[in-house]
Design a protein around this ligand. Structure first.
Ligand SMILES: Nc1ncnc2c1ncn2[C@@H]1O[C@H](COP(=O)(O)OP(=O)(O)O)[C@@H](O)[C@H]1O
Ligand SMILES: N[C@@H](CC(=O)OP(=O)(O)O)C(=O)O
Length: 504
């Protein structure tokens, strides 16, 4: 029997080449919202020439993450249990409209478009039914909230699957909503749990055969809840688990920057792209404000000796930044595209970064208490208020702590904690501060970085409120007034990154 027109069209589609190495590509919400066409035509499709590609998608955002689908679904979940608000219904209707509009703009094939629209409507109807159930029950469990936010990744993957098919790629929608067995969703999140998820996700992806898997970065209701256990940015972790389970050659995290820079390129135009960086340095940078990658992601992938490459959706030909330990060989041969191997030259700090919304709490002991209970008492108070200390500097009778107070809840918690801390002595609070951190693995063997850092800030009349060096010796941080942070970062970048240091 000769193939039908539809079969013929299917035969023309490009799929994954048999037995080629796997590359996992993770796309964030804003990249998908703004560059879906480029991702399909210039990244995924050409990727299948030499590799098997699986893509992991986050939920669409057209502007900032705060206005994106996940944030809107979280708002809907809140509104559902706050009658008489009908905001949840309006949000779901708007999400349906937005996803259908995205499809109408880019999907050319009428039949594919119709099928896509029906799937969007079905998915939105399902989200609506969970929200209505929450309204009736007058409560929303963490698991229900997980299911509701998961609709975001399902919608974006339905969109990307159809778009890829429309552009001649054999693609398969892979919904991981039920990938975790219900029996394992009680208890706590352990490494063994992540190992099981990695295996299950890889098995599901292998079922796609030559079709390019389009995988929901949402991977089901994890023990406790996804938001509590992993937090926002969980699609990075999902991509990491897939890369580990399938033994990928590389995990690519696609951003709207060329990779990791010596400073935030939006703020410091002279910042340079870092070709290779270690996971420890990346973790420090991420912690101090460079929003590059979810920290758990690195742990999982690096333990499996798989390099991570950060690349730019608007510059697919760029080398990007490879994250890999300096002293290891990757699982699958050399890291492709790193001419100097994994050991970049130059004995300078790697990067400088800042973190805003910092508050310092100073506690001066009244010496009426024995010093051994002093620190324990302070930390139990902070723990009670769920406050995390970013930096600490201490003597026997004086403690300064820098805390991230980016939400009004945290600001209130600091206020309450400070009141309670008065039992230990005099307490004062300084607000409106930023952390400035210099990070680099070579700093362990360099003399003079700290000296030059503080001299540079003094020369620029930047007042330093607090100083701290990380125990791993690859970061030196200080706290400055928020209004001085950009000046501090720029001047440190210019001074510390221009001169080589003396190695000891
Ligand atoms: N050292 C750094 N290198 C690269 N990006 C950085 C750095 N510090 C801060 N950033 C910022 O992190 C963001 C990461 O890229 P983006 O694609 O916008 O993130 P996401 O996909 O997580 O929304 C960029 O906006 C960039 O300005
Ligand atoms: N969509 C989810 C998960 C995620 O990973 O997001 P992104 O990849 O866009 O940072 C969120 O907004 O938290």
């Amino acid at each position: 029997m000769s193939p039908s027109v539809a079969d013929h069209a299917q035969l023309q589609l490009r799929g994954n080449p048999a037995d080629a190495p796997w590359i996992i590509q993770k796309f964030g919400g804003t990249s998908l919202g703004k560059f879906a066409q480029g991702i399909a035509e210039e990244i995924v499709k050409p990727g299948t020439h030499h590799h098997r590609i699986a893509i992991v998608c986050s939920a669409l955002s057209t502007g900032t993450k705060a206005e994106g689908t996940t944030s809107r679904l979280l708002r809907a979940a809140k509104a559902a249990v706050k009658p008489p608000s009908t905001e949840h219904e309006e949000i779901v209707a708007a999400l349906s409209r937005d996803h259908i509009a995205a499809g109408e703009t880019l999907i050319r094939d009428a039949a594919l478009l119709e099928g896509y629209k029906a799937s969007v409507e079905a998915e939105c109807a399902r989200a609506r039914s969970f929200l209505c159930a929450a309204r009736v029950l007058d409560e929303i469990s963490p698991k229900t909230r997980d299911i509701i936010i998961g609709a975001g990744e399902k919608l974006s993957c339905l969109f990307m699957t159809t778009l890829l098919q429309d552009r001649g790629v054999k693609a398969e929608y892979v919904n991981l909503e039920n990938i975790i067995h219900p029996a394992s969703t009680s208890g706590t999140v352990t490494q063994a749990f992540y190992d099981d998820v990695a295996v299950a996700v890889a098995e599901r992806v292998l079922e796609c055969e030559d079709r390019v898997p389009v995988v929901t970065g949402f991977f089901g209701t994890v023990p406790g809840s996804l938001l509590a256990a992993v937090g926002r940015g969980y699609t990075d972790l999902c991509a990491a688990l897939l890369a580990v389970g399938i033994k990928a050659q590389e995990l690519q995290v696609w951003k709207e920057v060329d990779g990791i820079f010596t400073a935030d390129p939006r703020k410091v135009p002279q910042a340079a792209l870092i070709p290779v960086i270690t996971p420890e340095e990346t973790a420090e940078l991420t912690y101090w404000g460079a929003e590059v990658i979810h920290p758990f992601t690195m742990e999982q992938v690096i333990a499996a000796k798989i390099p991570i490459r950060v690349k730019n959706v608007t510059n697919p030909g760029g080398h990007g930044t490879v994250i890999f330990p300096a002293d290891q060989e990757p699982l699958e041969g050399r890291v492709p595209g790193t001419p100097n191997g994994l050991k970049p030259s130059g004995k300078r700090p790697t990067a400088v970064t800042t973190k805003a919304d910092i508050t310092i709490i100073n506690v001066h002991s009244n010496r009426k208490n024995v010093s051994h209970g002093f620190l324990a008492g302070i930390f139990s108070t902070l723990d009670f208020h769920q406050l995390v200390v970013d930096l600490i500097s201490t003597s026997e009778v004086h403690v300064s702590m820098a805390l991230h107070t980016d939400t009004s809840a945290r600001q209130t918690a600091v206020q309450l904690a400070a009141k309670e801390l008065e039992r230990w002595g005099t307490v004062d609070i300084s607000r409106g501060l930023s952390i400035v951190a210099v990070v680099g693995r070579h700093m362990k063997r360099m003399v003079g970085v700290a000296g030059r850092m503080f001299q540079t800030l003094a020369d620029a009349s930047v007042n330093i409120e607090m100083i701290s060096q990380g125990a791993n010796e690859i970061n030196i941080s200080c706290v400055v007034k928020e209004k001085d942070a950009l000046k501090a970062m720029t001047i440190l970048h210019t001074t510390l990154f221009l001169y080589s240091e003396v190695e000891i």
